[in-house]
Design a protein around this ligand. Sequence first.
Ligand code: HEM
Length: 150
Amino acid sequence: MNNSEYPEQDEISGVKKTQAPVYGVGDSTLQAAGGEQGVKKLVDAFYYYMDTIPVAAKVRAMHNPDLSESKAKLTTFLIGWMGGPSRYAELYGSINIPGAHSHLDIGLEEKNAWLLCMQKALDDQPYEETFKRYVMVQLSFPAEMCRNRR
Ligand code: HEM
């Protein structure tokens, strides 16, 4: 197999490359996520789990009862974060993720609950296993930065 998602060989040096798909270059992450519609589905599933799984109840309670704005904001943010158009600032103003969460009480338990909702949401999507892991690893960094206590 030799396509752009699984580059086999460097064209100039002929050095064999990793078989791992390339994410994080240009909008490759957004494409792997199914484009903007795919991200919207992912965020809908994420908030579905936040709304229903008992371990996420505390994090759910930090949100507005109506989740529509949270969904719209997270979708817009993730589209830009995945290399797509960055509309977050023009729609909602500039954001730094840890700063946007500093007023919330986020410890290890809350961080893990947030990440669990994301893992479950990813598992519902028709994504490659490698892609789901890539997204989880990448999101674990800002999630850790949002934690403000043990
Ligand atoms: C670590 C666990 C996390 C928890 C418990 C959490 C919780 C929350 C809550 C409760 C809100 C609504 C805040 C409010 O209405 O005042 C929010 C907003 C938001 N979160 Fe998170 N979040 C977490 C991690 C993340 C991560 C990793 C990202 C993205 C990489 C993210 C992106 C956002 C965005 C874009 C908003 C909207 C910001 C705003 O307009 O204030 N969150 N989060």
